[in-house]
Write a protein that binds this ligand. Sequence first.
Ligand SMILES: C[S@@+](CC[C@H](N)C(=O)[O-])C[C@H]1O[C@@H](n2cnc3c(N)ncnc32)[C@H](O)[C@@H]1O
Length: 330
Amino acid sequence: MAIARPHLTSAPSSAATPSTSGRGAPALRVVGGPATARATPRAAAPFVKWVGGKKRLLAALTPLLPRAVSRYAEPFVGGGAMFYELHGRGDLTHAVLADVNRDVVTAYRVVQRDPEALISALQLHERRYLKLSAEGRKAYFYKVRARHPMDVDMDDVERAARMLFLNRTCFNGLWRENRSGRFNTPHGRYANPRIARAPELRACHAALSSAVVLERDFRLLPQLARDHDLDFVYLDPPYHPISATSAFNAYSNGGFGSRDQTELAEVCAELDRMGVRFMLSNSDCDLIRGLYAKFEVREVMAPRAVNCKGSKRGKVSELVVRNVRPGLGW
Ligand SMILES: C[S@@+](CC[C@H](N)C(=O)[O-])C[C@H]1O[C@@H](n2cnc3c(N)ncnc32)[C@H](O)[C@@H]1O
């Protein structure tokens, strides 16, 4: 049974009870549905701005997706652009979204379980921040940034609101952490940032109501594939740097090196042995081409996102790896 696409006309129910197991889990909850629709629903889209977010590359990636996807996982979910795309098609029956970044995972869980509390907390930040002078906003931003969940007791709603406030007011929306796991991007200069974004969060709440959200390292993916009987996985890891200055992989304190890329290729080979279809994005470089030589490797042209110099933005070739072969149902 496919999940009906959600229709949201007002504040949604906060009674989402995501399943935590695989096939034996309770039936998927559908929020709203055609019968209850009273207005055009808003399509859900990433609620965090994330470096490497796939929103702008979806047009190039979607033609490469399998014809049908039912039980899906995204182990480097970040902003989750691909999840929302697949959800919007209406044929997902089960979705597992995972990431190692605790702030992003907490934000997903709060959007899933308590969106109205999150919206209220963000509206408070928005009212306080927008009425300040430029200097006042800067001071407010650094005060919120300095109040870190590792030092201060913070419930999940407060933590998610802190994260989204910082994401929407920091330089370029860049979530970057130092080695000790502290967000360290400076203040941005948006004239009138939309901080609360209630309609967008409610649309995400509806899309996420039946997803399983986990704080997990990608190495646990084969186990997840077994437990959740997955039929397709989209992997969007931190990209291997193509030059010393092109690297951005500080999403979380651990970084992501060549050894991680090699272990990830082993995880993909394991998925392939299990008969699980996978599609992976990465940079176009010798290491990645070598690691996935036995699979189909395609080039796609992508906008180059992380560069403060406008002149260096342009387009760059990226790789898409898939285990396309007869019998796997591509
Ligand atoms: C390129 S981003 C994903 C972007 C996402 N596809 C989107 O559309 O926004 C890579 C993500 O991998 C996560 N990550 C880094 N190391 C990881 C690991 N060892 N296991 C799981 N996730 C990891 C980061 O926190 C980050 O969210």
